[in-house]
Design a protein around this ligand. Structure first.
Ligand code: UDX
Length: 478
């Protein structure tokens, strides 16, 4: 870098899942574009997965293009304390128990050494995913500003933030499948208890999840800033209510924020199949895109019902399936003219194709944002964590999607009928009208003076000035 004056230095710690990595990479690029030095800390196993996805073997220099264009983004890897071969998905509880126990000390040491290596930095900022349980302690130990990055909906954040209210009102621990109305969480539109996050409804399924949330949301109350990958106009009341407690900035959808799109940043954990040519051969709005994100393990029975539903519906489709083993015999031959099955793709490229007319989604937050951005209405099939809550936003609040199975189990007839509702006729037109409006809201957010652009500018100003005065203004958080 030609400049010699001291720069602020932000140290970024993404959560090791695709849905968290993508927005964190975008934040890194955007902050670097505002003359921040960035150190992006990648877990070794993620680094290996991305390297493997992009060139088969070697070490991909993650931000090479960004650096070439003059941005000061440093990239470093660290071990999470587990071997590369350890199956983190299969051993989720063991992994995250270990991460809560042993990882904070490693982070603390690394932050110290990064700070020592840049003695001329104007200031240091710790920017870590909200779901980590250690940022407040590490930030305090090194006396740096603590920025909490929430990569999902403000509604989900707010429900986690108010666990005390859920307990006070008897909704936690969860009391069964009763359709209880929760209307006391500041800024959160009335929500049924059946739309709460899976780890609240069924805490025993993966007990470590609730443990992470409790700890993470205790510590986030000490954050100096909260960044949220949502849009002001989508969740205005929720964001205003949070902002009364702690400075919160809606800066989403982050993977469409200006500078990044121009840059080739490798961030996909799997190799992407190119669907462009196939899509170009299909009529406008005729293709259903089906993906359940990066974490969900869909079972064989569900795959078979969806496959039969696709046969009945006669629709064109792209289906993201990591393995085709569970598909009914002969299915791929039967649909070879109208179906493309691939293990992974560039979802944004697919969704932005004029050929795509609908998205059968698990309601992962990034998928919801990406679908809204491209104006593609959704069929919602949530599995766990925040997906049931996102479904409620998409179907009940924003009316840009429909449910796949209305609470019952998934059947081939149900799948076919919902595909018809989404892709054809009056219901399809209505959904398309609504999502067009939402798409406009998202795109406007990045226009000059759009809300996300403004909020990001404000955040950067506040970071530079130091927010302590503003914290005093709004009253303290505890
Ligand atoms: C999970 C949660 O479900 C999500 O709500 C939470 O906020 C983060 O953790 P995930 O299940 O992976 O994430 O879903 P999602 O948030 O939708 O993220 C998936 C990402 O993978 C999207 O950005 C999507 O574009 C990308 N993707 C998916 C691809 O690039 N290619 C594919 O083939 C499939």
């Amino acid at each position: 870098m030609a400049e010699s004056h001291p720069r602020p230095h932000a140290i970024l710690f993404p959560y090791p899942y695709q849905g968290h990595i993508t927005p964190t990479v975008d934040l890194a690029v955007n902050l670097a574009s505002r003359a921040f030095t960035i150190t992006y800390v990648q877990l070794e196993f993620v680094h290996h997965a991305i390297s493997k996805a992009h060139d088969g073997v070697g070490d991909v220099d993650f931000f090479v293009e960004a650096r070439k264009s003059g941005l000061d983004i440093r990239y470093t890897t660290m071990s999470d304390g587990f071997s590369l071969e350890f199956d983190r998905d299969l051993n989720l509880s063991e992994y995250w128990e270990g991460m809560m126990r042993d990882f904070p000390a490693r982070v603390d040491e690394l932050v110290g050494s990064i700070m020592r290596s840049d003695a001329s930095a104007a200031a240091f900022y710790l920017v870590a995913d909200t779901l980590y349980t250690w940022p407040a302690a590490v930030a305090k130990n090194h006396n740096v500003v603590n920025v909490s990055l929430w990569t999902a909906a403000a509604t989900w954040f707010s429900i986690n933030y108010h666990l005390d209210l859920l307990i006070e009102n008897g909704h936690l621990p969860y009391r069964g499948n009763g359709d209880n109305c929760i209307n006391y969480i500041p800024g959160v539109r009335s929500i049924s208890s059946k739309d709460l996050m899976s780890y609240m409804q069924d805490p025993d399924a993966v007990p470590v999840l609730m443990k992470i949330v409790v700890k993470a949301f205790e510590q986030v109350k000490n954050a100096d800033f909260i960044l949220c990958n949502t849009v002001q106009e989508l969740e205005p009341e929720c964001l205003s209510a949070l902002n009364l407690k702690q400075p919160t900035y809606a800066i989403g959808p982050m993977n469409f924020s200006s500078d990044f799109t121009k840059m080739n940043v490798e961030k996909s954990l799997w190799a992407e199949s190119d669907c462009t040519q196939w899509l170009n051969s299909k009529p406008p709005a005729s293709v259903l895109y089906i993906s359940f994100g990066s974490i969900v393990q869909i079972n064989k029975k569900e795959i078979v019902e969806i496959a039969h539903g696709l046969l009945l519906s006669h629709v064109n489709f792209i289906w993201i399936l990591r393995t085709t083993d569970a598909l009914p015999v002969g299915f791929q031959d039967d649909v070879k003219e109208r179906g493309l099955i691939v293990p992974w793709c560039n979802q944004n490229t697919v969704l932005s194709s004029p050929a795509v007319g609908g998205f059968l989604t698990h309601c992962g937050w990034n998928s919801v944002l990406e679908s809204m951005w491209s104006g593609v209405p959704m069929i919602c099939y949530p599995f766990y964590v925040d997906q049931p809550t996102n479904r409620k936003l998409v179907v009940d609040d924003w009316k840009i999607g429909i449910d796949l199975c209305d609470g019952g189990r998934v059947t081939s007839e149900g799948v076919a009928s919902k595909i018809n509702m989404l892709m054809r006729g009056k219901s399809s037109i209505d959904l398309r009208e609504e999502i067009k409006k939402v798409s406009k809201i998202l795109r406007n957010a990045f226009e000059t003076d759009g809300s996300s652009q403004r909020n990001f500018d404000q955040f950067v100003d506040d970071l530079r000035v130091g927010l302590y005065s503003r914290r005093e203004e709004i009253g303290s958080i505890k």
